[in-house]
Design a protein around this ligand. Structure first.
Ligand code: PLP
Length: 385
């Protein structure tokens, strides 16, 4: 099954470009809100790094989600889209002083702190402004996620977070400081996770760590379990809605919250992944020695996931109904890794056809680069065409 696209309108636009179906985005947000409403102490932030397009962020903000930011630029993008600063959290393993100051000046909800030196800097910078910064500690839970190695973040070997053995020491250090307030624990084990038992394993680890603080009489206001819920890259039309019900139910069942605690989520890919497609034009069809290549005007500079993570996106020729033939679909960039897919079956393809690379709404447009002096891809929302 192929997606439906306004091909007539596409013909007037310069390719390549991102196309966002706002109906899919709004339906996804409605589903998140419906599922999360079942649990009064659950709260969802959107991980801005998945897609920081201003119009997309605005729709997400209109639907009430907060923002999880990993840089000063993302804090600015969230504020520009109207996200209230008390719904902004700031994570990241290397926060620069100006970024911390930006967070302090905007009175953001919380800094997710990843080391003792970072805690000391936040305490100093907050003192200079006569403020008290809310801090949560990102703990590395040493839980493995069944996903690609480059997007696993919660193993002891990864650079992220504070080791479990150091948790109590850093919490007590924070409690002794005047310009930070310890409010929570933060976790994030990876991305594109489809196996709910990974989130179950994280829940059990959180329970153990909470118990350790509880016996010391330390009160934790909120727990943040990050994001990571995956999407179906293979069947973007048949199965476009991520498993939000199963995801929230897994945490509700396995993670033990103490009275008055809130549980925060930071979903990125699951919110924006399926609403976006990269639309590209076929420049040439080239016959190789034993295969044929469809050479597109989009490349790894527009969508880097296949080159970076060996990710595969569903590819459709949206202007041909001819019988299927096999192609290697490649971009124009001077790199051997600039290949979107090998041996895929497309309706017989010719120069000028339009190709859609599906499920490209997360980690697509935002990761685009200008390598080879290319222009950045433009983006259009369905309700703007
Ligand atoms: C990337 C990231 C997320 C979002 O991950 P998704 O897989 O897109 O849901 C959430 N929290 C943190 C800290 C992140 O780094």
């Amino acid at each position: 099954m192929k997606g439906t696209f306004p091909v007539d309108k596409f013909n007037e636009l310069q390719t390549p470009f991102y196309y966002y179906d706002t109906k899919v985005l709004r339906e996804t947000l409605a589903c998140v809100n419906k599922e999360v409403a079942k649990y009064p102490n659950f709260c969802v932030h959107y991980a801005v790094k998945a897609n920081a397009n201003h119009d997309i962020l605005t729709i997400i903000r209109e639907n009430g989600l907060g923002a999880d930011c990993v840089s000063g630029g993302e804090i600015r993008a969230a504020i520009a889209a109207g996200v209230p600063s008390d719904k902004i959290v700031f994570a990241g393993v290397g926060k620069a002083d100006w970024e911390i100051n930006l967070g302090l000046d905007n009175n953001i909800f919380c800094f997710n702190v990843e080391s003792i030196p970072e805690l000391e800097v936040i305490n100093e910078l907050a003192a200079a402004k006569g403020k008290v910064a809310n801090v949560a500690f990102r703990i590395n839970p040493n839980v493995s996620a069944h996903t690609h190695a480059n997007i696993t973040t919660g193993l002891a070997e990864n650079k992220f977070g504070i080791s479990m053995a150091d948790m109590e020491r850093i919490v007590e250090l924070a409690i002794s400081m005047d310009h930070v307030k310890f409010v929570g624990l933060h976790f994030h084990i990876g991305s594109q996770i489809l196996d709910m038992t990974d989130f179950e394993a994280l829940s059990h680890r959180v329970n153990e760590l909470q118990e350790k603080l509880h016996v010391r009489g330390v009160h934790v206001e909120h727990i943040n379990v990050g994001g990571g819920l995956g999407i179906d890259y293979k069947y973007p039309n048949e199965n476009y809605m991520p498993s939000f019900a199963a995801y929230f139910a897994t945490y509700a069942k396995h993670l033990k919250l103490y009275p008055h605690q809130t549980l925060h989520f930071e979903l990125g890919r699951a919110i924006t992944g399926q609403c976006g497609s990269l639309i590209s034009k076929v420049l040439y069809v080239k016959q190789g020695a034993n295969k044929q290549f469809a050479i597109l005007d989009a490349g790894m500079t527009d969508l880097i996931r296949p080159a970076l993570y060996q990710a595969s996106h569903q590819i459709e020729n949206i202007t041909s109904e001819e019988p299927l033939e096999e192609y290697d679909v490649v971009g124009p960039i001077c790199e051997s890794s600039d290949v979107f897919a090998k041996g895929v079956r497309l309706n017989a393809t010719k120069r000028g056809d339009l190709i859609a690379l599906r499920s490209a709404g997360a980690y697509g447009e935002i990761m685009a680069s200008q390598y080879n002096c290319r222009e950045l891809p433009k983006a259009y929302l369905s309700d703007q065409l």
